[in-house]
Design a protein around this ligand. Structure first.
Ligand code: ADP
Length: 294
């Protein structure tokens, strides 16, 4: 196959890993910066230009789109989709997955367990709606946050209100969530490719921290998921139309709770911790889609 990886840099671990896996499977592969792509819509014949050259003759695209450029990245993916290329994520799925509240809405509506969550849009409700969650501490999340930045713990009402007011003033969309005390400092990342869990790890926060993100100093170890956890993770990716995704879950007293589904999951943490060649699984998935379409 002829593959394109959309990435800001070939030096990034995930990009390199995908590039290597594709070459090992004897595919032609090229890395293209999505921010350098220009799009032409002409009489229904869409084209993508990169450095002034039309990108033609490719079979599939593997987007690695960062949070800050979701809209622009999605426009490029949509163009490739319209040109008939396979993709590991559709533009629509990327946009929806990037909105934490939308994800939780879809998942909860379809019966996937998630923590009780409140979205406050009006100043008046800053003082009220969060009371639907009774116990303290409560978690406050900025919707645009990633890598644990913008996830805070409020120990009492006074600090919660102060934080919410600050975010409101900064025009940041936010959610308040019940704090899952029994999983504090731990979460589970299940890496799903094409409806299969290909690798899973438990992340543990450093001493004194409740956020277990590896970017916040957490460390990971391989973990065996229960059949129910596997089922929940796989179903979450199916509902969000994400053939490649990292599903983050908390182990609570009432079973697994999905906190986030990552649409552009990094490979460094999961491959280093589990020693699974996740990039290869992604390439094999594209190969199977290609076979299916011939
Ligand atoms: P991000 O997308 O920024 O990583 P998350 O929602 O995944 O934000 O939260 C970051 C970390 O904070 C999680 O990995 C988990 O360790 C912790 N966390 C998030 N939500 C809760 C919660 N409701 N209860 C307890 N811990 C939580």
């Amino acid at each position: 196959m002829r593959l394109l990886i959309l990435s800001r840099s070939g030096e990034l671990y995930s990009t390199r890993s995908l590039f290597t896996a594709a070459r090992r499977r004897n595919h032609f592969v090229r890395i293209v910066d999505h921010l350098g792509c220009d799009l032409l819509i002409e009489n229904g014949a869409n084209k993508v230009f990169y450095n002034g050259q039309s990108l033609i003759g490719y079979d599939a695209v593997i987007p690695r789109i960062g949070h800050t450029v979701t809209g622009q990245g999605a426009a490029v993916i949509r163009h490739f989709e319209s040109m008939g290329l396979l993709t590991t994520i559709s533009a629509d799925a990327l946009i929806r997955a990037r909105d934490k509240m939308s994800c939780l809405q879809v998942l909860s509506h379809k019966g996937i367990p998630v923590p009780t969550t409140v979205m406050v849009n009006t100043y008046a409700e800053i003082h009220h709606l969060h009371k639907k969650i009774v116990a303290y501490p409560k978690i406050l999340k900025v919707l645009s946050g990633t890598h644990g930045l913008g996830v805070l713990k409020a120990d009492d009402e006074q600090s919660l209100i102060v934080m919410m007011e600050a975010f409101y003033n900064l025009k940041q969309k936010m959610i308040v969530q019940e704090f899952i005390a029994e999983s504090s400092g731990h979460d589970i990342r299940a890496f799903v490719v094409n409806g299969e869990i290909v690798a899973s790890m438990m992340r543990t926060a450093p001493e004194g921290e409740f956020r277990s993100n590896l970017h916040r100093g957490g460390h990971g170890k391989p973990v065996l998921l229960s059949p129910h956890e596997r089922e929940v993770a796989i179903e979450a990716t199916r509902l969000l139309d994400l053939p490649v995704a990292g599903v983050d879950m908390l182990r609570s007293n009432r079973g697994p709770l999905v906190i986030e589904v990552n649409a552009s999951p990094g490979l460094e943490g999961i491959e280093t911790v589990t020693k699974v060649d996740v990039a290869k699984k992604i390439i094999l998935y594209l190969e199977s889609r290609r076979k299916g379409s011939i």
